[in-house]
Design a protein around this ligand. Sequence first.
Ligand code: ZN
Length: 202
Amino acid sequence: MIKLRDRLPVRSFTRQYSSYRSYKPYLSEDFNNRCGYCDDFDGWVGGERTYHIDHFAPKSKFSSLENEYSNLVYACPFCNRFKSNDWPSDDHTVSFIDNKGYIDPCDERYEAHFYRDTYGNIRPNNELAEYMRKKLQLFLSRHRIIWNLTRIKIELDRIKPLLDKHKHDDEKFNRIKDIYFQLSMEFQDYLNYLLGEKLKNG
Ligand SMILES: [Zn+2]
């Protein structure tokens, strides 16, 4: 089974600001430039400026938490908008009741709720995860595409130096070249898919 995320986000920033917006550069770093909910890397879609700051416990319900770093999640615009001010209780410490609500992406338990299938789709492990998947629309193809772009890019970067290393060994060189070519084609397909989707959605 493939893990949802390679690295867990950790809120390590400790200074206090009077506006939550000031935290963005630290938040993006703490979240490894990935959306806390879907793990989409921001680099494929315009970087930090296109990502949002989500209030885990919504600021519309819990205004005292508006500028609390411990309540902030680096989020892609999709997850942030779909989550909106949904919250299952009147208590900011109660983030889920029965199978409705949310797990904080920095909570280690987040990992156990989801996995990825071999195509990169985000799959739920239980009913609470299914609630989150539906609310946040984690089934959108963009999450699969962005995960694959990241995966293939890492693989291409790993393979490329091997071409040079084995340039005097025809058999090896050709084998690596074929793999590199296949991956490049796949990468191009995913990129076109992402750009096409972007063009359609404006
Ligand atoms: Zn997201």
